[in-house]
Each structure stands twice: as C-alpha cells, then as structure tokens.
Design a protein around this ligand. Structure first.
Ligand SMILES: CC(C)(COP(=O)(O)OP(=O)(O)OC[C@H]1O[C@@H](n2cnc3c(N)ncnc32)[C@H](O)[C@@H]1OP(=O)(O)O)[C@@H](O)C(=O)NCCC(=O)NCCS
Length: 135
C-alpha cells in the first residue's frame, strides 16, 4: 500500500537509500526534510519495500526512487509514481544514469522523455535529464 511517510519509517527508508548511495544519509537529511519535499512509501506487512522522494516546486523533481532488490519488478515503483501523479499534476523532471536501463524503461512507461544530457557527469557515463509533461 502506498502512503506518505511518517517519522518512524525513516530508518527503513535510509536503509534502502544506502543501497544506492553510501552517502545517502549525509546528502538527504530525512529527519529535517525541507517543507517542499515529500516521501511516498510502499509498505507490505509493515515493512517499507520502496520509496519515492520528491521536491515539489514549480516543477516536481524526483530526487530518489528505490525499491528493495528482493521486491523489484513487482510494480512497486509504478504504484508509487501512479500515486504521485494522482496527487500532483505538474511537469516532472529527473536525472538518471545512461546505463540504468531498468529506470529508463520505467520512466518511458510513464511518458518521460529525454530533454538533455550532462556529458560524462558520472565519470565515464552521461546523466540523462528526463521530463514528463503534465498533460
Ligand atoms: C528502477 C527501480 C526503481 C524500478 O522499480 P520496480 O519496482 O522494480 O519497477 P516496476 O516493477 O514498477 O517496473 C515497471 C517497469 O519498469 C521497467 N523495468 C523495471 N525493472 C526492469 C528491469 N530489471 N529490466 C528491464 N525493465 C525494467 C519495465 O518496463 C517494468 O515494466 P514490466 O515489469 O511490466 O516490464 C528499481 O529497479 C530500483 O530500485 N533500482 C535501483 C535504484 C534506481 O536505479 N532508482 C532510479 C534512479 S533514477
């Protein structure tokens, strides 16, 4: 089930975040979230299996989207994105590594399109900037 996060979910969210970025806790201070940030979580049996972290300004920016490795390809990210877009109808942007085909496929399913590239942003690979219109 998807919902907004509560303070008690933060340790589990951080555990998932650390899977993709060893500096997750220092980069994103979840205990002191900016008022324009929101985190949606997917929980099953009271366990956080995935989360979607956004910045909600004139556009939405997706800051983090992570699903527990043992629960991937079960539609959890799709449910999180469905929830977001049912709540907020704004242009949405994100950045993804060019090698991250799993995520790029997911975003294509949600009508994101490549709008720019940051060449060699990740050392030897590009960052792709994707955008989804609000129409
Ligand atoms: C990318 C990620 C968030 C996808 O989460 P997920 O819950 O497994 O995604 P879903 O089950 O909702 O998949 C939806 C669609 O995305 C695409 N997709 C997801 N995983 C894929 C994979 N391993 N290979 C190919 N396509 C994939 C498919 O189109 C899939 O639809 P389908 O299963 O009907 O073919 C997850 O793999 C993850 O946490 N990866 C590590 C973190 C990350 O890369 N986050 C994104 C940073 S921008």
């Amino acid at each position: 089930m998807v919902s907004k996060y509560s303070k008690e979910d933060i340790p589990e969210i951080e555990t998932l975040g650390l899977l993709i970025n060893p500096k997750f806790k220092e980069l994103f201070h979840l205990n002191n979230l900016n008022k324009n940030e929101e985190i949606y979580i997917f929980k099953n049996d009271n366990l956080v299996l995935g989360f979607l972290h956004i910045l909600n300004l004139d556009k939405i920016e997706i800051l983090n989207l992570v699903v527990d490795p043992s629960s991937r390809r079960e539609g959890i990210s799709s449910l999180l994105l469905d929830y977001l877009f049912s709540e907020i109808n704004k242009i949405t942007i994100l950045e993804v590594r060019e090698s991250n085909i799993d995520a790029i496929n997911l975003y294509h399913n949600f009508n994101f399109r490549e709008i720019a590239r940051r060449k060699k942003y990740y050392g030897n690979e590009d960052a792709i900037i994707m955008e989804r219109s609000n129409k």
